[in-house]
Ligand binder design. Structure first.
Ligand SMILES: [Zn+2]
Length: 253
């Protein structure tokens, strides 16, 4: 079946409908590479109970923005009641061209340590006042042999296994014991952060979130050689579980 997962204009039209249905504003984030970028911040976002969601920072990973949009469409009725900061697509040029980087070959996911990139600078500014219980940058990997998850370890609140368990009902976990030179177990890469390492490499979004904004930081990856619909559904399963945990905390007050 054909799909429109690289059609940025279509994606944003869908987000406009979602925002309208949810009674939320689709706000302008930045203008870059000939595209307008948007975000959604719900009025419930306050304190440190929120959920940070972002997709499409790598343009050749289309299941992530597709899943985020489809999940929001499915949950439009309750979206405004949740504490959310959502970036539907951080690299529209990349998405349209099926390329990881922006038009100048820059990997935005190595630029979160400063404000040199206009999109990263805008994300940093919008995010600045907020703290999150969970942050979830959504990705894909063409080398992957299944789903996998990076969890940045902080304290006793780790629940990476549970996120993977939910998604593994749709796509199996990557069986490799080394993924991207990190030790993995049943698709989970749990690591502590050495800021030094990332100072030379440039901060990924997840590292910046972990250091400054988020209690629990995950990067979820689907294997881009699997069927799009399966990849989308695996991402949606992880989103559902994150939201379940957030909603539980929010309702507790
Ligand atoms: Zn990626």
């Amino acid at each position: 079946m054909l799909h429109r997962s690289h059609d940025y204009a279509h994606l944003i039209a869908r987000w406009r409908s979602v925002a309208r249905a949810a009674g939320l504003r689709l706000r302008t984030l930045a203008k870059d590479d000939g595209s307008d970028l948007f975000y959604i911040e719900t009025p419930r976002l306050a304190g440190n109970a929120g959920l940070y969601l972002s997709a499409g920072i790598h343009g050749d990973e289309p299941a992530a923005p597709e899943a985020l949009a489809r999940w929001a469409e499915k949950n439009a009725a309750r979206l405004a009641e949740l504490p959310l900061l959502i970036f539907p697509c951080l690299n529209p040029w990349g998405l349209r061209n099926n390329v990881r980087t922006d038009s100048r070959g820059r990997d935005l996911n190595r630029m979160f340590h400063d404000d040199r990139h206009p999109v990263v600078a805008a994300v940093r500014k919008v995010t600045q006042p907020h703290r999150f219980h969970i942050a979830l940058p959504m990705h894909e990997d063409y080398d992957a042999q299944g789903i996998y998850l990076y969890e940045v370890q902080r304290g006793p609140h780790d629940f990476g296994e549970e996120l993977l368990r939910r998604a593994a009902k749709i796509l199996p976990a990557d069986p490799r014991v080394k993924i991207d030179s990190s030790t993995a177990k049943n698709g989970l890469i749990r690591r502590r952060i050495s800021p030094k390492k990332f100072e030379t490499m440039g901060y990924p979004e997840a590292i910046w979130l972990h250091l400054f904004h988020s209690e629990n930081t995950f990067t979820f990856e689907t294997p881009s050689e699997a069927a799009l619909d399966m990849r989308v559904r695996a991402h949606m399963a992880v989103l559902d579980e994150c939201v379940r945990r957030i909603a539980r905390r929010t309702n507790r007050g």
